[in-house]
Design a protein around this ligand. Structure first.
Ligand SMILES: *Cc1c(COP(=O)(O)O)cnc(C)c1O
Length: 362
Protein backbone atom coordinates (compact mmCIF):
# COMPACT_ATOMS: atom_id res chain seq x y z
CA UNK A 1 0.00 0.00 0.00
CA UNK A 2 1.24 3.44 -0.88
CA UNK A 3 1.07 5.53 2.22
CA UNK A 4 2.17 9.12 2.76
CA UNK A 5 5.38 9.36 4.77
CA UNK A 6 4.27 10.37 8.24
CA UNK A 7 6.31 11.48 11.23
CA UNK A 8 4.51 11.17 14.54
CA UNK A 9 5.55 13.74 17.15
CA UNK A 10 3.03 12.57 19.75
CA UNK A 11 4.03 12.93 23.41
CA UNK A 12 2.55 9.53 24.22
CA UNK A 13 1.49 7.00 23.22
CA UNK A 14 4.28 7.71 20.84
CA UNK A 15 6.20 6.58 17.80
CA UNK A 16 7.57 3.01 17.81
CA UNK A 17 10.41 1.67 15.67
CA UNK A 18 9.13 0.63 12.25
CA UNK A 19 11.15 -2.61 12.43
CA UNK A 20 9.49 -3.52 15.73
CA UNK A 21 6.00 -2.96 14.34
CA UNK A 22 6.88 -5.08 11.31
CA UNK A 23 8.22 -7.89 13.47
CA UNK A 24 5.11 -7.79 15.67
CA UNK A 25 2.98 -7.90 12.54
CA UNK A 26 4.89 -10.88 11.15
CA UNK A 27 4.51 -12.74 14.46
CA UNK A 28 0.97 -11.60 15.24
CA UNK A 29 -0.97 -14.67 14.13
CA UNK A 30 1.67 -17.28 14.75
CA UNK A 31 4.32 -16.56 17.34
CA UNK A 32 7.51 -18.30 16.17
CA UNK A 33 5.81 -21.43 14.95
CA UNK A 34 3.65 -21.92 18.05
CA UNK A 35 0.48 -21.51 16.02
CA UNK A 36 -1.02 -18.89 18.32
CA UNK A 37 -0.60 -15.19 19.01
CA UNK A 38 1.23 -13.84 22.08
CA UNK A 39 -2.15 -12.28 22.98
CA UNK A 40 -3.65 -15.75 23.28
CA UNK A 41 -0.94 -17.36 25.38
CA UNK A 42 -1.23 -18.31 29.00
CA UNK A 43 0.94 -16.04 31.11
CA UNK A 44 2.08 -19.25 32.86
CA UNK A 45 3.24 -20.89 29.65
CA UNK A 46 6.93 -21.52 29.07
CA UNK A 47 6.79 -19.41 25.93
CA UNK A 48 5.45 -16.37 27.71
CA UNK A 49 7.74 -16.75 30.74
CA UNK A 50 10.58 -16.80 28.23
CA UNK A 51 9.31 -13.54 26.67
CA UNK A 52 9.12 -11.97 30.13
CA UNK A 53 12.55 -13.20 31.22
CA UNK A 54 14.21 -12.03 28.04
CA UNK A 55 12.58 -8.60 28.23
CA UNK A 56 13.91 -8.24 31.77
CA UNK A 57 17.37 -9.43 30.77
CA UNK A 58 17.53 -6.99 27.85
CA UNK A 59 16.46 -4.08 30.02
CA UNK A 60 19.00 -5.04 32.68
CA UNK A 61 21.76 -5.04 30.11
CA UNK A 62 20.60 -1.75 28.50
CA UNK A 63 20.53 0.14 31.80
CA UNK A 64 23.23 -1.76 33.68
CA UNK A 65 20.78 -2.85 36.39
CA UNK A 66 22.48 -4.94 39.07
CA UNK A 67 21.21 -7.97 40.98
CA UNK A 68 20.43 -5.76 43.93
CA UNK A 69 17.44 -4.36 42.02
CA UNK A 70 14.11 -5.85 41.07
CA UNK A 71 12.66 -5.08 37.66
CA UNK A 72 8.86 -5.16 37.83
CA UNK A 73 6.46 -5.19 34.90
CA UNK A 74 3.25 -3.67 36.26
CA UNK A 75 0.03 -2.06 35.11
CA UNK A 76 -1.70 1.12 36.16
CA UNK A 77 0.51 3.65 34.39
CA UNK A 78 3.04 6.00 35.92
CA UNK A 79 0.06 7.64 37.63
CA UNK A 80 -0.43 4.60 39.88
CA UNK A 81 3.14 5.02 41.04
CA UNK A 82 2.24 8.40 42.51
CA UNK A 83 0.44 6.40 45.21
CA UNK A 84 2.41 3.14 45.11
CA UNK A 85 5.67 4.95 45.86
CA UNK A 86 4.50 6.43 49.19
CA UNK A 87 2.48 3.33 50.10
CA UNK A 88 5.65 1.25 49.76
CA UNK A 89 8.33 3.73 50.77
CA UNK A 90 6.80 5.29 53.89
CA UNK A 91 8.47 2.80 56.18
CA UNK A 92 9.78 5.07 58.95
CA UNK A 93 9.09 8.81 59.19
CA UNK A 94 6.38 9.01 56.51
CA UNK A 95 8.10 12.13 55.26
CA UNK A 96 9.23 12.83 51.72
CA UNK A 97 10.97 15.67 49.89
CA UNK A 98 9.65 16.27 46.38
CA UNK A 99 10.98 18.56 43.65
CA UNK A 100 8.10 20.33 41.89
CA UNK A 101 8.92 20.66 38.20
CA UNK A 102 5.55 20.26 36.49
CA UNK A 103 2.15 18.62 36.33
CA UNK A 104 3.43 15.11 37.00
CA UNK A 105 5.45 16.22 40.03
CA UNK A 106 2.37 18.00 41.33
CA UNK A 107 0.44 14.76 41.12
CA UNK A 108 3.24 12.90 42.89
CA UNK A 109 3.04 15.51 45.64
CA UNK A 110 -0.74 15.45 46.00
CA UNK A 111 -1.01 11.64 46.08
CA UNK A 112 1.87 11.24 48.55
CA UNK A 113 0.30 13.93 50.75
CA UNK A 114 -2.58 11.54 51.42
CA UNK A 115 -0.23 9.21 53.29
CA UNK A 116 2.43 11.38 54.90
CA UNK A 117 4.18 14.74 55.26
CA UNK A 118 5.43 16.11 52.00
CA UNK A 119 7.84 18.97 51.73
CA UNK A 120 8.24 20.69 48.37
CA UNK A 121 12.00 21.02 48.05
CA UNK A 122 11.86 23.67 45.35
CA UNK A 123 9.44 24.59 42.60
CA UNK A 124 9.52 26.23 39.19
CA UNK A 125 5.79 26.96 39.18
CA UNK A 126 6.57 30.72 39.30
CA UNK A 127 7.50 30.62 35.60
CA UNK A 128 5.01 28.00 34.46
CA UNK A 129 7.71 25.35 34.86
CA UNK A 130 9.97 26.54 32.04
CA UNK A 131 13.12 25.78 34.05
CA UNK A 132 14.43 23.34 36.66
CA UNK A 133 15.25 24.75 40.11
CA UNK A 134 18.89 24.29 41.07
CA UNK A 135 19.46 20.98 42.82
CA UNK A 136 22.94 21.91 44.06
CA UNK A 137 22.15 23.34 47.48
CA UNK A 138 18.98 21.58 48.49
CA UNK A 139 18.73 20.62 52.14
CA UNK A 140 17.20 17.19 52.26
CA UNK A 141 15.40 16.19 55.40
CA UNK A 142 17.68 13.49 56.86
CA UNK A 143 14.57 11.73 58.18
CA UNK A 144 12.81 11.63 54.81
CA UNK A 145 11.84 8.18 53.56
CA UNK A 146 12.55 9.31 50.01
CA UNK A 147 13.29 12.21 47.71
CA UNK A 148 11.29 12.36 44.47
CA UNK A 149 12.27 13.94 41.17
CA UNK A 150 10.86 13.91 37.63
CA UNK A 151 13.86 13.55 35.34
CA UNK A 152 12.09 14.80 32.21
CA UNK A 153 9.01 17.00 32.22
CA UNK A 154 7.04 15.86 29.20
CA UNK A 155 4.61 18.78 29.16
CA UNK A 156 7.01 21.66 29.74
CA UNK A 157 10.04 20.30 27.89
CA UNK A 158 12.55 20.47 30.70
CA UNK A 159 15.05 17.88 31.85
CA UNK A 160 16.94 17.80 35.11
CA UNK A 161 20.56 18.68 34.18
CA UNK A 162 22.12 16.80 37.08
CA UNK A 163 20.91 14.18 39.49
CA UNK A 164 20.92 15.43 43.09
CA UNK A 165 23.07 13.57 45.60
CA UNK A 166 20.67 12.54 48.36
CA UNK A 167 23.21 10.54 50.36
CA UNK A 168 21.49 7.77 52.29
CA UNK A 169 17.97 8.90 51.43
CA UNK A 170 16.53 6.80 48.59
CA UNK A 171 16.06 8.84 45.42
CA UNK A 172 12.88 8.06 43.48
CA UNK A 173 12.60 9.16 39.85
CA UNK A 174 9.68 9.37 37.47
CA UNK A 175 11.55 8.60 34.24
CA UNK A 176 8.47 8.06 32.09
CA UNK A 177 9.58 10.26 29.23
CA UNK A 178 13.35 9.89 29.16
CA UNK A 179 14.13 6.34 30.26
CA UNK A 180 16.57 4.76 27.77
CA UNK A 181 17.08 8.10 26.02
CA UNK A 182 20.22 9.05 27.88
CA UNK A 183 22.62 7.46 30.31
CA UNK A 184 21.59 7.34 33.93
CA UNK A 185 23.45 5.42 36.61
CA UNK A 186 20.76 3.22 38.15
CA UNK A 187 22.86 2.95 41.32
CA UNK A 188 22.06 6.60 42.08
CA UNK A 189 18.40 5.71 42.50
CA UNK A 190 16.41 3.75 45.04
CA UNK A 191 13.54 3.46 42.62
CA UNK A 192 12.85 4.37 39.00
CA UNK A 193 9.43 4.16 37.39
CA UNK A 194 8.14 4.78 33.89
CA UNK A 195 4.94 4.35 31.92
CA UNK A 196 5.87 2.43 28.79
CA UNK A 197 4.07 4.50 26.18
CA UNK A 198 6.83 7.05 25.61
CA UNK A 199 10.17 5.34 25.08
CA UNK A 200 9.42 1.69 25.75
CA UNK A 201 6.36 0.35 23.96
CA UNK A 202 2.58 0.46 23.93
CA UNK A 203 0.46 1.78 26.81
CA UNK A 204 -0.61 -0.65 29.51
CA UNK A 205 2.80 -1.48 30.93
CA UNK A 206 4.59 0.33 33.73
CA UNK A 207 8.18 -0.40 34.66
CA UNK A 208 9.48 -0.21 38.18
CA UNK A 209 13.15 -0.69 38.96
CA UNK A 210 13.62 -0.82 42.70
CA UNK A 211 16.49 -1.62 45.06
CA UNK A 212 15.66 -4.93 46.72
CA UNK A 213 16.35 -3.70 50.25
CA UNK A 214 13.54 -1.13 49.88
CA UNK A 215 10.90 -3.75 49.11
CA UNK A 216 8.70 -5.35 51.78
CA UNK A 217 8.49 -2.38 54.16
CA UNK A 218 5.17 -1.06 52.93
CA UNK A 219 2.56 0.76 54.99
CA UNK A 220 0.06 -1.34 56.86
CA UNK A 221 -2.93 -0.30 54.73
CA UNK A 222 -1.23 -0.95 51.38
CA UNK A 223 -3.49 -3.15 49.23
CA UNK A 224 -1.91 -6.42 48.16
CA UNK A 225 -1.86 -5.46 44.47
CA UNK A 226 -0.13 -2.17 45.27
CA UNK A 227 2.74 -3.77 47.17
CA UNK A 228 5.98 -4.11 45.23
CA UNK A 229 6.69 -7.23 47.28
CA UNK A 230 3.62 -8.99 45.83
CA UNK A 231 4.94 -8.57 42.31
CA UNK A 232 8.62 -9.03 43.18
CA UNK A 233 8.00 -12.38 44.85
CA UNK A 234 6.11 -13.69 41.82
CA UNK A 235 8.37 -12.35 39.08
CA UNK A 236 5.74 -9.86 37.86
CA UNK A 237 3.25 -12.70 37.37
CA UNK A 238 1.28 -12.64 40.63
CA UNK A 239 -1.74 -12.03 38.43
CA UNK A 240 -2.03 -11.69 34.66
CA UNK A 241 0.58 -9.16 33.57
CA UNK A 242 0.13 -6.96 30.46
CA UNK A 243 1.46 -9.78 28.28
CA UNK A 244 1.34 -8.23 24.83
CA UNK A 245 2.75 -4.90 26.03
CA UNK A 246 5.62 -6.80 27.68
CA UNK A 247 6.29 -8.67 24.45
CA UNK A 248 6.35 -5.35 22.55
CA UNK A 249 8.63 -3.77 25.14
CA UNK A 250 11.00 -6.71 24.74
CA UNK A 251 11.13 -6.11 21.00
CA UNK A 252 11.84 -2.41 21.60
CA UNK A 253 14.62 -3.28 24.08
CA UNK A 254 16.22 -5.62 21.56
CA UNK A 255 15.90 -2.98 18.84
CA UNK A 256 17.59 -0.49 21.17
CA UNK A 257 20.44 -2.93 21.85
CA UNK A 258 20.84 -3.50 18.10
CA UNK A 259 21.09 0.25 17.49
CA UNK A 260 24.02 0.45 19.92
CA UNK A 261 22.27 0.77 23.25
CA UNK A 262 21.62 3.82 25.39
CA UNK A 263 24.98 5.43 24.54
CA UNK A 264 24.07 5.48 20.85
CA UNK A 265 20.50 6.60 21.60
CA UNK A 266 21.81 9.53 23.62
CA UNK A 267 24.16 10.51 20.80
CA UNK A 268 21.31 10.45 18.27
CA UNK A 269 18.92 12.20 20.61
CA UNK A 270 21.43 14.99 21.21
CA UNK A 271 21.88 15.44 17.46
CA UNK A 272 18.12 15.50 16.84
CA UNK A 273 17.45 17.97 19.66
CA UNK A 274 20.30 20.21 18.62
CA UNK A 275 19.03 20.42 15.06
CA UNK A 276 15.65 21.56 16.32
CA UNK A 277 16.88 23.93 19.04
CA UNK A 278 19.47 25.51 16.72
CA UNK A 279 16.76 26.24 14.20
CA UNK A 280 14.45 27.66 16.88
CA UNK A 281 17.20 29.87 18.32
CA UNK A 282 17.99 31.33 14.89
CA UNK A 283 14.37 31.71 13.78
CA UNK A 284 12.64 35.10 13.70
CA UNK A 285 9.19 33.55 13.82
CA UNK A 286 9.50 30.58 16.16
CA UNK A 287 11.01 30.34 19.59
CA UNK A 288 11.63 27.55 22.08
CA UNK A 289 9.84 27.82 25.44
CA UNK A 290 12.85 26.62 27.43
CA UNK A 291 16.37 28.05 27.43
CA UNK A 292 19.73 26.77 28.55
CA UNK A 293 20.80 23.53 30.11
CA UNK A 294 17.33 22.54 31.29
CA UNK A 295 16.14 21.80 27.76
CA UNK A 296 14.68 18.35 27.22
CA UNK A 297 16.10 16.08 24.54
CA UNK A 298 12.73 14.35 24.23
CA UNK A 299 10.00 17.00 24.26
CA UNK A 300 10.56 20.34 22.57
CA UNK A 301 7.81 22.93 23.15
CA UNK A 302 7.91 26.00 20.91
CA UNK A 303 5.65 28.74 19.60
CA UNK A 304 5.32 31.37 16.90
CA UNK A 305 4.22 34.99 17.27
CA UNK A 306 0.62 34.26 18.17
CA UNK A 307 -1.90 31.54 18.85
CA UNK A 308 -3.62 31.95 15.49
CA UNK A 309 -0.42 31.35 13.59
CA UNK A 310 0.32 28.37 15.86
CA UNK A 311 -3.02 26.84 14.90
CA UNK A 312 -2.31 27.41 11.22
CA UNK A 313 1.12 25.84 11.59
CA UNK A 314 -0.26 22.77 13.34
CA UNK A 315 -2.95 22.27 10.69
CA UNK A 316 -0.59 22.69 7.74
CA UNK A 317 2.09 20.50 9.33
CA UNK A 318 -0.50 17.78 9.82
CA UNK A 319 -1.40 17.90 6.13
CA UNK A 320 2.30 17.58 5.30
CA UNK A 321 2.53 14.39 7.38
CA UNK A 322 4.04 15.99 10.51
CA UNK A 323 1.56 14.73 13.07
CA UNK A 324 0.50 15.62 16.62
CA UNK A 325 2.47 18.83 17.04
CA UNK A 326 -0.09 20.62 19.20
CA UNK A 327 1.27 21.76 22.55
CA UNK A 328 -0.22 20.78 25.87
CA UNK A 329 -3.46 22.57 26.77
CA UNK A 330 -2.02 24.76 29.54
CA UNK A 331 1.17 25.56 27.63
CA UNK A 332 -0.22 26.28 24.17
CA UNK A 333 1.87 26.53 21.03
CA UNK A 334 3.54 23.43 19.67
CA UNK A 335 5.45 20.49 21.08
CA UNK A 336 7.58 18.07 19.13
CA UNK A 337 8.25 14.84 20.99
CA UNK A 338 11.30 13.19 19.50
CA UNK A 339 11.69 9.91 21.38
CA UNK A 340 14.26 7.23 20.59
CA UNK A 341 12.48 5.79 17.53
CA UNK A 342 12.08 9.21 15.84
CA UNK A 343 14.72 9.23 13.10
CA UNK A 344 16.88 12.28 12.38
CA UNK A 345 15.06 12.51 9.02
CA UNK A 346 11.83 13.21 10.91
CA UNK A 347 13.36 16.18 12.70
CA UNK A 348 14.95 17.28 9.44
CA UNK A 349 11.55 17.21 7.76
CA UNK A 350 10.05 19.25 10.61
CA UNK A 351 12.82 21.88 10.46
CA UNK A 352 12.47 22.13 6.66
CA UNK A 353 8.74 22.58 7.02
CA UNK A 354 9.23 25.29 9.66
CA UNK A 355 11.73 27.09 7.46
CA UNK A 356 9.24 27.22 4.58
CA UNK A 357 6.40 28.21 6.89
CA UNK A 358 8.51 31.04 8.24
CA UNK A 359 9.29 32.35 4.76
CA UNK A 360 5.61 32.36 3.82
CA UNK A 361 4.39 33.87 7.07
CA UNK A 362 7.11 36.29 8.10
C1 LIG B 1 3.01 10.47 30.74
C2 LIG B 1 3.62 10.72 32.05
C3 LIG B 1 3.01 10.28 33.25
C4 LIG B 1 1.66 9.62 33.28
O1 LIG B 1 1.73 8.38 32.72
P1 LIG B 1 0.47 7.38 32.71
O2 LIG B 1 1.11 6.12 32.26
O3 LIG B 1 -0.50 7.96 31.71
O4 LIG B 1 -0.11 7.31 34.06
C5 LIG B 1 3.68 10.49 34.43
N1 LIG B 1 4.88 11.11 34.46
C6 LIG B 1 5.49 11.54 33.33
C7 LIG B 1 6.82 12.19 33.42
C8 LIG B 1 4.88 11.37 32.10
O5 LIG B 1 5.48 11.79 30.98
Amino acid sequence: MNKQKVYNFSAGPAVLPQEVLEQAQAELLDYRGKGISVMEMSHRSADFIDILDRAEESLRSLMGIGDDYYVLFLQGGASSQFSMVPLNMFSRSKKADILDTGNWSKKAISEASRYGDIRVLASSSDKNYNYIPSVENLNFDPEADYVHITTNNTIFGTCIPSIPDTGNIPLVADMSSDILSREYDVNNFGLIYAGAQKNIGPAGLTLVIVRKELVGKEMEQTPLMLKYSTHAEKGSAYNTPPCFAIYMAGLVFDWTIKQGGVVEMEKRNRAKAQLLYDFLDASELFEANVRGIDRSLMNVPFRSKDAELDAKFIAEADKAGLKTLKGYRTVGGMRASIYNPMPLEGVDALVEFMREFEQKNA
